[in-house]
Design a protein around this ligand. Structure first.
Ligand code: FAD
Length: 305
């Protein structure tokens, strides 16, 4: 219930303006977001890499509604990739991108064209792009765009969400040589017709998907903070005889940092998802929806301001 309320609030631009201008919420956002600009992303990425982690950088922005806005997002990523290369932060840093920011909602051909430019810039910088997964209405289009991009940029990564009923089938399609797949639970409010609703069903689906990816010949990227699923992933990696270079763990910046360090110290590749940008409100709200304890903290702080 609380989760759906917070997810609904994540889409409210009025509430967004109110929260974004508040110093308490800005302070909370700093725990999960590198900062407003590319320079902040570079600084934090360097610290994470020095700590033995790897990084995927994401520029936070609203869904775009016209070509000009989408082109600005493309340009932001091209600049970011050039700066990452110039700073010597590639290949340890890759980038994650939402196709909705490149225009997928109003022109999927344009989104493809812009994503292709970002992939070309990533190749030039010696790194790769992963296409974030958004709500289920975009899944078919995103997987089609991925297939097109992988022709020239086979290292382009996909994200599959275990809460979607279709995902086991998508895992089978993508568990092939050269394919990079991030498996996560899924962060959007989805209807029962397409998505498992109970935490237990989502977890069971996650494990079935993990089995498919770990037993396949692609590169699984296990994106979760859930201790039980992390332990199962470690177990499956042993069972399917995968070396540490043949899969990776991923977690969000600011979440379970001790666990990130523990996994890295044990020899695992651990990639930190590092968002930056001025439009952090929606991202922060999705994180709060996952952690009601943090949401309560923010609510109390705002109320006493
Ligand atoms: P949860 O279900 O949130 O938590 C399970 C258990 O883990 C909790 O009960 C608790 O015991 C423990 N736990 C979780 N967080 C913490 C914490 N901070 N401190 C201590 N214990 C904790 N979603 C998308 O829809 N599309 C994407 O493209 C996408 N990309 C992602 C990329 C990365 C790298 C990650 C990590 C997540 C991504 N997500 C994405 C979000 C994802 O779908 C989940 O919404 C989110 O990760 C929460 O699920 P969880 O598996 O981490 O565990």
């Amino acid at each position: 219930m609380l989760r759906s309320v917070i997810l609904a609030a994540a889409g409210s631009s009025r509430l967004g303006r109110l929260v974004s201008g508040n110093s308490v919420s800005k302070g909370l956002a700093a725990r999960f977001v590198a900062g407003d600009g590319v320079e902040d992303a570079l600084t934090v990425a360097r610290t994470l890499i020095d700590d033995g982690l790897t990084v995927t950088c994401q520029h936070l922005g609203a869904e775009t509604t016209n070509a000009e806005q989408a082109r600005a997002v493309r340009d932001e990523y091209v600049t970011l990739l050039g700066r990452l290369k110039g700073a010597g932060l590639t290949p340890a840093t890759e980038v994650s991108i939402k196709l909705s920011a490149l225009g997928q909602r109003f022109d999927d051909k344009l989104a493809y064209e812009y994503a292709e430019s970002v992939c070309a810039a990533a190749t030039e910088a010696g790194t790769a792009v992963t296409l974030d997964a958004e709500d289920h209405t975009t899944t078919d289009s995103t997987l089609e765009i991925l297939a097109g991009l992988r022709k020239d940029h086979p290292e382009t990564g996909a994200v599959l969400q275990a809460y979607l009923r279709r995902t086991e089938g998508d895992c089978r399609e993508l568990a092939a040589a050269g394919s990079r797949v991030r498996l996560c639970k899924g962060a959007y409010a989805e209807p029962e017709s397409v998505a498992y609703q109970s935490a237990l069903d989502v977890d069971k689906s996650f494990v079935r998907c993990l089995n498919i990816l770990m037993s396949g010949s692609g590169y699984p990227m296990v994106a979760t903070h859930d201790p039980r699923l992390i332990a199962i992933a470690e177990d499956r990696a042993r069972w399917f005889d995968r070396s540490a270079e043949e899969y990776e763990f991923q977690m969000l910046y600011g979440m379970r940092t001790e666990e990130q360090a523990r996994l890295a110290a044990a020899g695992n590749v651990v990639r930190v998802y590092l968002p930056y940008g001025e439009q952090w409100y929606g991202y922060l709200m999705r994180r709060l929806a996952e952690r009601p304890a943090t949401a309560a903290l923010l609510g109390r702080a705002l109320a006493t301001k």
